[in-house]
Design a protein around this ligand. Sequence first.
Ligand code: FAD
Length: 418
Amino acid sequence: MVVGGGLAGMAAAVALGSAGFEVDLHESRPFLGGRATSFPLDPSDPDSERIDNCQHVLLRCFTNLLDFYERVGTSGKIAFHDRFYYVRPGGTVDVLKRGLLPAPLHLAGSLLRFGALDAADKWSVIRGLGKLKRDAGRPDLEAITMSDWLRSVGTTETALRRFWQPILVSALNEELDRAAAQWGFQVFLDGMMASPKSYEMGIPAVPLAELYSSAGSLGKNVHVHLRSAVEQIDPAGNAADFYVCAAPFERVADLLPGLGLQLDKFEHSPITGIHLWYDRPITSLPHAVLLDRTLQWVFRKSETYVQAVVSASRSLTTLSRAEIVELACNELREFFPASREAKLVRSHVIKEMRATFSSRPGLLSQRPDPATTYPNVFLAGDWTNTGWPPTMEGAVRSGYRAAENVCRAAGNEMSFVC
Ligand SMILES: Cc1cc2nc3c(=O)[nH]c(=O)nc-3n(C[C@H](O)[C@H](O)[C@H](O)COP(=O)(O)OP(=O)(O)OC[C@H]3O[C@@H](n4cnc5c(N)ncnc54)[C@H](O)[C@@H]3O)c2cc1C
């Protein structure tokens, strides 16, 4: 039995189903996907336009997530982009893209042409990237913040704000003075620098839920039970031979009261998605990093529909939805002059207060492995000890690791993590 139909639970179910287990997956909501999902804009009309709770992106280095999409037959629905567009207030655009040099220098050419940074900023970035490689094995990276480390290597304020923050705050969903340096290192070493393609950004070409909604997509041995909230897992009961608990960290104490996990260092970090429909196109860019303002990224979802994203969006939590829309439209007018003439037709703001856990220094010791004190109960979820910050990759990885543990407990070693 798998409890929770987010990516972690689905990954565990698909892996176990492929290994020949009969799997019952229980999801309390009426749809799969958990925090990476989409829903009809008009709740009373299931056929109305579907929007994602928030734009989700991946990097080529998300190997387990890509393996999962392959297993459920939807890997072809991810479009990869090899250019990042950085827009300054006023509308000037810089492009970060691969050049001819080999990794880790493949982005160096576009970095040298990057107009948003002056020569001292660029030098501090280049020096920082070199030190990052050298410091990668430092034992204290989980104990210090990313901004502590960046400052210790002489990063300029502009380089911090215009180069490091846009990539890392969205990748980690945390401010750099709150996120442990270990995860910032990982994003750069595995994503931006590992190979000429590893930095490429994957954007689902369909609403998120369509990546896992087709009947039977989780495999023939997996039986999905929607609207099926599990109240408690009884390890000694006979509901199943093995249990994978793939619920978020705040639900685990209720589901498994005897487990006694210490989770007092866990806290949430919010994300706000701002969906805006205009009467005309406001930009021809498919997506863009927005510099020096509150909005961080914008994605063009159709000709006239854009979605802006603010990660670690604590500054927005006290604002009303109308205030957030006004702030977003004002900022977009600065970045995209075409939007000054455009009329806003519709808007929708989604504040995800529990978007992810906050990857603070010192949290690692509380992130549990899949195995528990019960021989037949295993944990999964982006918050477990995945070796990753809170991401879809971490969630799938945790599901595969839980499935490997179940196989081992059943006397049939299998490996799924790739
Ligand atoms: C707004 C937002 C933007 C994000 N952007 C990105 C991004 O761009 N890239 C990226 O990699 N990651 C992103 N993430 C993070 C990513 O969505 C999560 O890391 C991942 O989806 C977590 O998956 P999970 O399976 O661990 O947990 P969840 O998705 O939370 O799944 C847990 C499931 O368990 C169910 N459940 C809970 N209790 C019970 C119960 N008692 N019985 C049955 N079911 C139960 C829940 O309904 C839920 O479906 C974003 C997250 C949010 C919220």
